[in-house]
Design a protein around this ligand. Structure first.
Ligand code: NAD
Length: 477
C-alpha cells in the first residue's frame, strides 16, 4: 500500500543516481513502511538544469493557460484526497480526518493561486515628457528552490509550488524526507494536470547538502523555506551571500491573551481544537496562554476538563481526535521541556507523559504557573502542550506576549472593543486572530515578523515573492 518514494527530475520519476535511500517510519508503530530516494549532487545539478529549461517554457505559457492547468491539479488532488490522506496518515501519524482535510485545503490553495496568477498586474506611470510611456511590468523571478517540512507534507509544499507556477516560475522542491509520499502525490497531481516535467522537480536527501548546493546554484533565482528559525537563519545568510530573493516562514510561540471579559466557553472550545490540531506541530499553534486573574481558575478548569476528553490513538482508527507525534524528536522534546518546567516550579494540570512504549503518542498536556526562565517559555514546543499562566493588567500581558524574538501568530479573547484595538495594535506578530482561531486561509496573508521570518504565503501578497518588478521607459520610434 505504501510504495517507495522516488525523485522527480526532468520529467522522470527515478531513484537517486547512486541508489541510496532513507527509511520512512510509521509514527504509530515505529515500523519502517518504505524508502525514500536520496539525491546526489549530480541529481541536484540535473534538477536545477531542468528547472531552467522548465522556466523558459512555462513562463511563455499565458497566465490564463497556466491557471487552467493549476485548477486541473486542484481537481485531481480533490479526487485523490482519500487515497492521499491515507498515505499521509501512515507516514505522519495525524488522523485520517486531518490528512484528508489538508489535502482538500491544498486544492483550495492551488485554486487561489491559479486565479491570482492572472492578476500579476503592472502599471503605467504618467510621464514628464510628451510621447514617453513609463511602464511597470511584473516578471517571474525564475527557477525557485523550495524547502518544506514534515508537519504539513502537502500544505507547506503546495503554497510554494502553486505560488511559483502561478507566477510563471519553475521549481525544485526539497520535500520532507520523513513524510515524502503525500508530498510526492502533490507533485504528481501537478504533472498529471499538464505542468511540463521540467518545470516541477522534486528531490529528497540530506537537507544541508541539498540547500548548500542549490542556494548558491547560478540557475536558481529564489529561495523559499519553511522550518525552524535556527535553520532559516543559516539558509537566509547563505542566500544573502549569493544575493538570492528569500521567503522565510519560520517558528513561532504564539501568545493567547484571555481577558476577564472573554466568553470563556467559546474561548476554551476554539483554543482546545486549535491547540491539539496536528498534535500541536503547527507554527501558529496557540502556546503561551496568558489568562487574566478573574477568569483564570474557570478557564483552566474547563480547558483541562475538555483536554482530558481527547482520544489519542492510531490515526487510521475511527473516533480518534489526535494521532501520534510525527517523529521521536518531538516525543523527547515534550519529555525534556515538561521535566524542565516542573523542575522549575511549573505544575502539570493534566497530561505530561508518553502513552505506551510503542509509537510516538503523548498525552495532551496543560502546564500551569510556569516561570519565565523555563525552557518551554522560550523554545517552541511544537507539540500538544499549553502553558497557562496568569496576569493582572493588560500591559503585563502585552509585555509577555512580545517578550520572545518570535512574531508569527497571536490570539486574544475579550468582549471589549477597546481591548481588541489595544491588543491587535500591540502584538508584535505577522497575524492576529480575535475571539476565534481564524488564520491560514488561502486568501489571507500568512507570515511572520522578527525571528519568525519574512514574506507572505497567502492572500494577494503571496504572488509578489515570485515576481520581479521591471520598469520600462519608452518613446515611440
Ligand atoms: P530541524 O530544524 O532539523 O528541521 C526543520 C525542517 O528544516 C525540516 O524539514 C528539515 O528537513 C529542514 N532542514 C533542516 N536543516 C536543513 C538545512 N540545512 N537545509 C535545508 N533544510 C533543512 O528540526 P525538526 O526536528 O525537523 O523540527 C523541529 C523544529 O522545527 C520545531 O520545533 C519547529 O520549531 C520547527 N519547524 C517549524 C515548522 C513551521 O511550520 N514553521 C515546520 C517544521 C518544523
Amino acid at each position: 500500500m505504501y510504495e517507495n518514494v522516488q525523485l522527480f527530475i526532468a520529467g522522470r520519476w527515478r531513484e537517486g543516481s547512486d541508489g541510496a535511500s532513507l527509511p520512512v517510519v510509521n509514527p504509530a508503530d515505529e515500523r519502517v513502511i518504505g524508502q525514500v530516494s536520496v539525491a546526489t549532487i549530480a541529481d541536484l545539478d540535473e534538477a536545477a538544469e531542468a528547472s531552467w529549461r522548465g522556466f523558459k517554457a512555462w513562463s511563455k505559457v499565458s497566465a490564463f493557460e497556466r491557471s487552467k492547468i493549476l485548477r486541473k491539479a486542484a481537481d485531481l488532488l480533490r479526487e485523490r484526497a482519500d487515497e492521499i490522506g491515507r498515505l499521509m496518515t501512515l507516514e505522519h501519524g495525524k488522523t485520517l480526518f486531518e490528512s484528508r482535510f489538508e489535502t482538500v485545503l491544498g486544492a483550495d490553495i492551488i485554486d487561489w493561486y491559479a486565479e491570482e496568477g492572472k492578476r500579476a498586474y503592472g502599471r503605467i506611470i504618467p510621464a514628464r515628457l510628451t510621447g514617453v510611456r513609463q511602464m511597470v511590468i511584473k516578471q517571474p523571478v525564475g527557477p525557485v528552490a523550495a524547502f518544506t517540512p514534515w508537519n504539513f507534507p502537502i500544505n507547506q509544499a503546495v503554497r510554494k509550488i502553486a505560488g511559483a507556477l502561478a507566477a510563471g516560475c519553475s521549481i525544485v522542491l526539497k520535500g520532507p524526507e520523513e513524510t515524502p509520499r503525500s508530498c510526492a502525490e502533490l507533485v504528481r497531481a501537478f504533472v498529471d494536470a499538464g505542468v511540463p516535467g521540467d518545470a516541477v522537480n522534486l528531490v529528497y536527501g540530506v537537507p544541508a547538502e541539498i540547500s548548500s548546493h542549490l542556494i548558491p546554484h547560478p540557475l536558481i533565482r529564489k529561495i523559499t523555506f519553511t522550518g525552524s528559525t535556527a535553520v532559516g537563519k543559516q539558509l537566509a545568510s547563505l542566500a544573502g551571500a549569493h544575493m538570492k530573493r528569500i521567503t522565510m516562514e519560520l517558528g513561532g510561540h504564539a501568545p493567547v491573551v484571555v481577558m476577564d471579559d472573554a466568553d470563556v466557553p467559546n474561548a476554551v472550545t476554539a483554543l482546545r481544537t486549535s491547540k491539539y490540531r496536528n498534535n500541536g506541530q503547527v507554527c501558529v499553534s496557540p502556546t503561551r496562554f496568558l489568562i487574566q486573574d478573574g477568569v483564570y481558575d474557570r478557564f483552566v478548569a474547563t480547558f483541562v476538563e475538555q483536554t482530558k476528553q481527547i482520544k489519542v490513538g492510531n490515526g487510521l482508527e475511527e473516533d480518534i481526535d489526535v494521532g501520534a507525534l510525527a517523529n521521536d524528536r518531538r516525543l523527547s522534546a515534550m519529555e525534556v521541556l515538561i521535566a524542565d518546567a516542573t523542575a522549575r516550579g511549573g505544575k502539570v494540570a493534566t497530561g505530561g507523559r508518553r502513552i505506551g512504549n510503542s509509537g510516538f503518542f503523548f498525552e495532551p498536556t496543560v502546564l500551569t504557573d510556569v516561570p519565565t526562565d523555563a525552557r518551554i517559555m522560550n523554545e517552541e514546543p511544537f507539540g500538544p502542550v499549553i502553558i497557562a499562566n496568569r496576569f493582572g493588567h493588560i500591559e503585563d500581558a502585552i509585555a509577555e506576549a512580545n517578550r520572545l524574538p518570535y512574531g508569527l501568530a497571536a490570539y486574544a479573547y475579550t468582549r471589549s472593543a477597546k481591548s481588541i484595538d489595544i491588543l491587535s495594535e500591540a502584538f508584535e506578530s505577522g497575524m492576529v486572530s480575535v475571539n476565534q482561531q481564524g488564520l491560514a486561509l488561502p486568501e489571507t496573508p500568512f507570515g511572520g515578523v522578527k525571528d519568525s521570518g519574512y514574506g507572505s504565503e497567502g492572500g494577494s501578497e503571496a504572488l509578489e515573492p515570485f515576481l520581479n518588478t521591471k520598469f520600462v521607459s519608452q518613446i515611440g520610434a
